[in-house]
Design a protein around this ligand. Structure first.
Ligand code: PGA
Length: 255
């Protein structure tokens, strides 16, 4: 059995007031409902504190969108694991394609961040996914295997219990063009088999693998109905409380 996890990735959107307004509205939408899925909200750094406070009694989890792999020191503009922990952060997104693409994050950097987060008792949402030219070139599995192996190399089976993988095909992010449920299922099954090759079948079977890329209220239920699709990482459609709540409500409890 593995948990379904639905996460909101707000990216560089919302100031503190807007973030707080979202949380009030989202909690209103979810009132008296016990969501089946675990819910994670990942605001920008500046809103973590306010959102942490508002989420305190809710059971919803707080996530950050990035982390640095060093403990502290001369790294202007960066945020460490300890700093995130001090705000009550539970999860951190690592290796999002926008960070890989625009901020030069290599597989090696991603691996360091994963290790630092897990050894600091933060849960990790590790993003992997191929570009359109890689998909068209028939190398999707090769890319996924490389990214997964690089990020998980050297971890223990125990650490894998605090890790979630998000399969996010780059061509589906923010484009309105989601992967078909079958494309998502195929990629998720491949990722799971790669993890099984590294850590064994039992670890791979318990691993939550989210799909991300143009998830909306209209397509969430169908995507999440696939056997290896265990949740969603939602960008654009997580910015409005009602649309994110619809996605959460349509998600099953576990697989
Ligand atoms: P999107 O983004 O839902 O806007 O496509 C998903 C993501 O980048 O995590």
């Amino acid at each position: 059995m593995r948990k379904t996890i639905v996460a909101a990735n707000w990216k560089m959107n919302k100031d503190v007031d807007e973030a707080s307004e979202f949380v009030y509205a989202f909690q209103e939408e979810m009132k008296d409902l016990d969501p089946n899925a675990e819910v994670v909200i990942c605001p920008p750094f500046i809103a973590l504190d306010a959102v942490a406070e508002l989420l305190q009694e809710s059971g919803f989890k707080l996530g950050a969108q990035n982390i640095h792999y060093e403990n502290d020191g001369a790294f202007t503009g960066e945020i460490s694991a300890r700093m995130l922990k001090s705000l009550g952060v539970h999860y951190v997104i690592v290796g999002h394609s926008e960070r890989r693409q625009f901020f030069g994050e290599t597989d090696e950097i991603v691996a360091k961040k994963v290790k630092k987060a897990l050894s600091s008792d933060l849960k990790v949402i590790l993003c992997v996914g191929e570009s359109l030219s890689e998909r068209d070139g028939g190398v999707t599995e090769k890319v996924l295997e490389r990214q997964v192996k690089a990020a998980l190399d050297g971890l223990t089976a125990q650490q894998l219990t605090s890790l979630v993988i998000a399969y996010e095909p780059i061509w589906a992010i923010g484009t309105g063009r989601n992967a078909t449920p079958q494309q998502a299922q195929d990629a998720h099954a491949f990722i799971r088999s790669t993890v099984a090759g590294m850590f064994g079948k039992e670890v791979a079977t318990s691993l939550t693998i989210q799909y991300g890329g143009s998830v909306k209220p209209e397509n969430a239920a169908e995507l999440l109905s696939r056997p290896d699709v265990d949740g969603a990482l939602v960008g654009g459609a997580s910015l409005k409380a009602d649309s994110f709540a619809k996605i959460v409500k349509s998600s099953p409890a576990s697989k």
